[in-house]
Design a protein around this ligand. Structure first.
Ligand code: FAD
Length: 453
């Protein structure tokens, strides 16, 4: 279960932190312990809202002295609920959200708790962008450290490919920097290896000039969904470099299939062929695709925080043949009730550019990420919904790229073999070596874990 701390112990931590300390008796405790996934209901002994590297080191010291498990909270979106632990200490970075931009050098310096709204607002003020996540309340660090797929993946690549520097506090309390010239192996590990090596208090990102895109959503319903889904597959398989595209299957209240396609086009054509092909598919019931500023594209997808129960499971796949598309259409009907779905993210374009992989991330050569997203509210549906996600992932598995899944979407019950398969054995061994160097006692284990041994 974990521990309960006395008020005297909490006061001891309060005195050593410039940020704030929240204990179970505090008014804001319930809000502070909430995670994105309402399936996760954990009660930490203490939440340390840190203001900088000194606070993070003090929080690690305190956890060590009181023998507390540690969880790290960035944006609080990981569906596994790794940002909170029962009876332990949460290192909460939500007060550390400054993003500074060096316009000339095209570099952003982001604090460890910044969200994509913080990041995009700061960088777009200079007409600059890094390919990030599609929901603006998601944490920059959590998303980037696990890979990062979004509206600009085809154009610029994965978010983690844009990390060029980092500042971390290791569980031993040491402040470490990583860049191409300093601890380059750690920089490699941070590009996909998750929060395994330390608490990241700062990440530096490369930026690209971009202000406007053509985007929004195309929604199809009923019999036309099959054709629209195939068109989506055919278009992205041709790998257009100026069009990122995601698709989500769902069902409405009458259990009729719905397909939502979210394109993001950055080319110069005023009426791009690919968008015309998508728009002319049968069953289109909503078309909000138009030219708008990038910040508006980042608002196309939203998601309620902490209100729904979630269980996500999926596979990177080598291809999306008709047979698999038909299987997905069968599985979405089996879901039996809204609001869950099956998300298909294309990895075409820039992720494949690197000759020598610049980071640990293991999925860049996959064609798509296919994820069953069970979403519900009634606890009585837990078993049904979890089984649906597991069975849907099992149906996708024959097309799996590596047997692994996306660490950023994994639940906490995934076995270590799945995490290893995600990276591949050689990369996993290299990550374990880094883990032994920076977190030999596996203090940071509430994550998609890379154990030191
Ligand atoms: C609604 C929603 C939308 C999403 N959209 C996308 C998307 O578009 N693209 C995509 O690729 N992924 C997406 N994800 C997945 C997301 O990238 C991961 O869940 C990610 O872990 C969330 O990071 P966070 O900081 O918000 O989460 P948290 O739950 O706060 O953190 C998750 C884990 O990340 C690590 N971590 C976070 N911050 C730090 C830090 N500063 N230092 C060290 N470790 C840290 C810790 O291990 C922590 O337990 C989405 C998830 C949700 C729920």
């Amino acid at each position: 279960m974990g521990k309960t701390l006395s008020e005297t112990s909490l006061d001891e931590l309060r005195r050593s932190l410039s940020g704030s300390v929240i204990g179970p008796a505090d008014e804001d405790y319930d809000a502070a312990r909430r995670s994105y996934n309402a399936l996760i209901d954990r009660r930490p002994a203490v939440i340390a809202r840190c203001m900088g590297t000194g606070d993070v080191a003090a929080a690690f010291d305190f956890a060590r002295a009181h023998d507390l498990e540690v969880a790290v909270r960035g944006g609080g979106h990981n569906p596994a609920g790794h940002c909170v632990c029962d009876g332990g200490l949460v290192i909460d970075l939500s007060l550390m959200r400054t993003v500074e931009v060096n316009e000339g050098a095209r570099i952003a310096r982001s604090d460890g708790g910044a969200t994509w709204l913080d990041f995009d607002s700061a960088t777009q003020a200079f007409g600059l962008v890094t390919p990030g996540g599609v929901v603006v309340s998601t944490g920059v660090a959590g998303l980037s450290l696990g890979g990062g797929i979004g509206h600009l993946t085809a154009q610029y690549g994965l978010t983690c490919d844009h990390i060029i520097g980092a500042e971390l506090v290791t569980p031993g309390g040491e402040v470490v920097h990583a860049s191409a010239g300093e601890n380059a192996e750690l920089l490699w590990g941070l590009r996909g290896g998750g929060g395994n090596f330390g608490v990241v208090t700062r990440l530096n990102f490369r930026l690209h000039p971009l202000t406007h895109v053509v985007g929004g959503r195309l929604v199809y319903r009923g019999a036309g969904v099959r054709d629209a889904l195939r068109r989506f597959r055919d278009i992205v398989t041709r790998s257009p470099r100026d069009l990122s595209c995601q698709a989500s299957l769902a069902i409405d209240e009458s259990l009729t299939p719905i397909l939502e396609i979210v394109p993001c086009y950055t080319g110069s054509d005023t009426d791009p062929d690919d968008l015309r092909t998508l728009r002319s598919a049968p069953g289109l019931i909503e078309d909000s695709v138009h030219a708008h500023i990038f910040l508006d594209q980042q608002r196309v997808i939203d998601s309620a925080y902490g209100e729904n129960r979630h269980y996500w499971k999926g596979h990177f796949v080598r291809e999306l043949p008709d047979e698999l598309l038909d299987e997905l259409l069968r599985r979405i009907v089996v879901l039996g009730r809204p609001p869950g779905g099956i998300m298909v993210e294309s990895l075409h374009g820039a992720p494949k550019d690197a000759d020598v992989p610049p980071g640990a991330v293991g999925f860049r050569q996959a064609a798509f990420n296919v994820s069953a997203l069970a979403v519900w509210q009634d606890p009585l549906l837990d078993t049904e919904q979890i089984n649906w996600a597991r069975e849907t992932a099992a149906a996708v598995e024959p097309w799996s790229f590596s047997g692994g899944g996306y660490v950023n979407y994994m639940q906490a019950d995934e076995p270590i073999e799945r995490v290893r398969a995600t990276f591949g054995a050689e990369t996993f061994d290299r990550l374990q070596k880094l883990k032994r160097q920076y977190d030999p006692h596996n203090i940071l284990r509430r994550n998609q874990n890379i154990p030191p041994f």
